[in-house]
Ligand binder design. Structure first.
Ligand code: MIG
Length: 667
């Protein structure tokens, strides 16, 4: 049962697609106060668990901290951060009584989940202009399913997007990319995608190519595709201010950029230098920006990643002026007129989100809306612009598309990647904890930068991270300029990488099928253990294992120098290890705790009692997977329904089919 409460004059975010009548009266479960802004308060019982908030820091259970929905470029990505790149205002309180809350409010919103008072949940923001959805149901999972039912079907990527992708900031030329392709193909490490970061553009201008670095780009795209590799370019939010650059000229003439109070185009600095931001909240601007993607589609491109769309800025002219004045004071005055910390702070505030006093405006219909009122919708609408553009260009084709910043609603248009993490073991675990929360909010096609974006990775971290990441829909190795090289063939034990990534390809028929079941049925692809075993106290407290699809549990090793880990089994399961020599070991383990040995070059998974999982032979790209010869792992007598379709069109109903597979032998 879903009730929708209306406060003040909410902005239409289009997060919810179903028509729900306004509920009368006051919401159950909590108390709403609209005296000063908006505040929802409710009691948390001692053993209530709070799930949700999508791309947020910390645990699967969100209790015990403060989270702020305020899309932020956060390259630091440390444990104390309250805001990350996305804003996903849905949570479920699960206990004796369970209910879900979705606060459809696109400005800054805070969730005090037992932070100030352990027994109290408080959700608050500055203005009481919002929709509050209160959902009750039989269980946490039931509530999630109802929520997913009102926000529309999740984005479905093409099948090739389930392959493995290699990315790095710093590939400059076609030859750089060729070398990476060679590195993979020569070492027979599977690969389906190569990502192109900002260096492919001419002076960081969107929808341009550096032609010296990429002579005859369409031919290069073809050459790569023949080798089973798709190129996936990045698009940044900011459009370079440069006379004669058509995207800039047209956007300016047609008044399609975000504006200052006085109607002039808002300018900030980003990679290209001075930029304007397409006003993607304005449907006309959205259409125009989406149409620009054609430049690359026409050259054979089938996928994109959208970046810098919080939006992220390096500085504005005003900020820089203030900073210069401050520094002049420092240089001219006595050196001790400013502490070193003050100097650091002065540099720090140059970049980051737009501030209220910087009054940037969007044109939404007849209304001019100040940016801070709708801040969390920018990345969502930039990506929606792209998705709608792609749909106009090629209506029955699926494109690969994911974004850095997001809001609920964007899940219908694209996936997300979780932005600039680090080569830290703790970020491997964070990646695991975020995934089910993202799924709750509809973001099924998601993943982190495997191996870590910032800082120098190590062979063992990358191997362990891949052994987890190979279960996630978006599987991509990405790293920052200036860090240790991170392509799999750069390490000592390339055989181990070939094997671990090979396991991904063996599982793609199954993972793709589970993804499609989740997307078509508004289910979660990965879940916390407690969603499957709600009565099990230890399952509720498990923060380092996940259930995937209807068949498996995954439990990666996420500590260095460990030869295995403790794992908790809520019921008997089959412990499966993909061994380096291609063999697969299966062993039944009873319910309870076990220490399981897992070598660095092995991939572990657990098959639930009475279930089975199909595996293919390894392949070097998705197209080469032989789905006619599948082997079943798991319990004798078990059956599995495998979904298959053409992997590229939107005709799920027409081309989708279900294959019944059965493990021989009696149970
Ligand atoms: O200011 O395009 O998170 O994946 O490599 C950094 C360069 C801009 C941030 C993204 C990262 C990407 C990088 N970008």
């Amino acid at each position: 049962m879903i009730r929708k409460y209306v406060y003040g004059w909410p902005f239409e975010t289009e997060a919810v697609t179903e028509q729900i009548p306004e509920a009368k009266g006051i919401p159950a479960y909590g108390h709403v106060d609209v005296e000063q802004g908006f505040c929802f308060t409710c009691r948390l019982e001692a053993d209530d668990v709070v799930y949700g908030l999508g791309e947020a820091n910390r645990g699967i259970n969100k209790r015990g901290n403060l989270y702020v929905s305020n899309c932020t470029d956060c390259t630091e990505h440390t444990e104390e951060l309250r805001s990350l790149y996305g804003a996903h205002n849905f949570l479920v309180v699960s206990g004796q009584e369970s209910f879900g809350l979705f606060v459809d409010y696109p400005a800054k919103l805070s969730f005090d989940v037992g932070y100030t008072r352990t027994d109290t949940l408080r959700i608050f923001c500055d203005r009481a202009d919002l929709y509050l959805y209160v959902i009750d149901g039989e269980s946490a999972y039931d509530i999630v399913r109802q929520f997913r039912g009102i926000i529309g079907r999740s984005y479905i990527p093409p099948r090739f997007a389930f392959g493995f992708g290699q990315s790095r900031w710093g590939y400059r030329t076609a030859d750089d990319l060729r070398r990476v392709a060679d590195g993979y193909r020569e070492n027979h490490i599977p690969l389906d995608m190569l990502y192109m970061d900002i260096d492919y553009m001419r002076d960081y201008k969107d929808f341009t190519l550096n032609e010296e670095a990429f002579p005859d780009f369409p031919e290069f795209v073809r050459e790569m595709k023949e080798r089973g590799i798709r190129l996936v370019p990045i698009i940044d939010a900011g459009v370079k201010v440069e006379e004669g650059y058509p995207v800039y000229e047209e956007g300016r003439e047609r008044r399609l950029f975000c504006q200052n109070e006085d109607g002039s185009d808002f300018t900030a600095a980003a990679w290209p230098g001075a930029v304007h931001f397409p006003d993607v909240l304005n449907p006309g601007a959205r259409q125009w920006f989406g149409d620009q993607y054609r430049f690359l589609i026409d050259q054979g491109i089938e996928g994109f990643w959208n970046d810098m769309n919080e939006p992220s800025i390096f500085y504005t002219k005003e900020r820089l002026e203030k900073f210069r004045a401050r520094m002049r004071e420092y240089v001219d005055g006595a050196a001790d007129s400013m502490t070193v910390f003050e100097i650091g702070d002065a540099v720090g505030v140059l970049s980051g989100n737009l501030r209220e006093d910087e009054a940037v405006y969007h044109q939404v219909g007849e209304e001019r809306v100040r940016h801070d009122r709708v801040h969390n919708l920018y990345g969502y609408n930039m990506t929606r612009a792209a998705a709608e553009g792609l749909a106009r260009i090629d209506p029955n084709r699926r494109f690969l598309l994911f974004s850095r910043s997001s809001y609920i609603g964007m899940h219908r248009f694209s996936g997300i990647w979780t932005g600039g993490n680090r080569s830290w073991w703790s970020h491997l675990l964070l990646n695991l904890k975020m995934m089910p929360s993202l799924n709750m909010c509809g973001f099924l096609y998601a993943g982190a930068d495997l191996g870590g974006f910032g800082a120098d990775t190590t062979q063992d971290l990358l191997l362990r991270w891949l052994a987890f990441g190979l279960f996630m829909p978006l599987m991509r190795n990405h790293s920052s300029l200036g860090t240790r090289v991170q392509e799999c063939y750069q390490f000592e034990d390339t055989d181990a990488f070939r094997h671990v990534i090979g396991v991904r390809y063996r599982l793609i028929p199954y993972l793709y099928s589970e993804y499609m079941k989740a997307a078509l049925g508004n289910e979660m692809y990965v879940k916390p253990l407690a969603f499957v075993y709600p009565q099990d106290k230890l399952a509720r407290e498990t923060e380092d294992q996940l259930m995937l699809g209807d068949e498996i549990m995954i439990a990666p090793v996420y500590t260095q120098n460990a030869s295995g880990r403790y794992v908790y089994l809520p019921e008997e399961m089959k412990f499966v290890r993909f061994l380096r020599n291609g063999a697969i070991s299966e062993k039944i383990l009873g319910a309870g705790h076990h220490y399981v040995e897992i070598a660095l070059d092995e991939v572990p998974m657990f098959i639930r009692r009475g279930r089975c999982v199909p595996v293919a032979e390894p392949a070097e790209c998705v197209e080469e997977i032989d789905t006619s010869h599948l082997r079943l792992l798991g319990y004798a007598g078990a059956e599995h329904l495998l979904y298959e379709d053409d992997g590229i069109s939107l005709d799920y109903e027409k081309t989708g089919s279900w294959r019944r597979l059965r493990v021989e032998g009696a149970e």
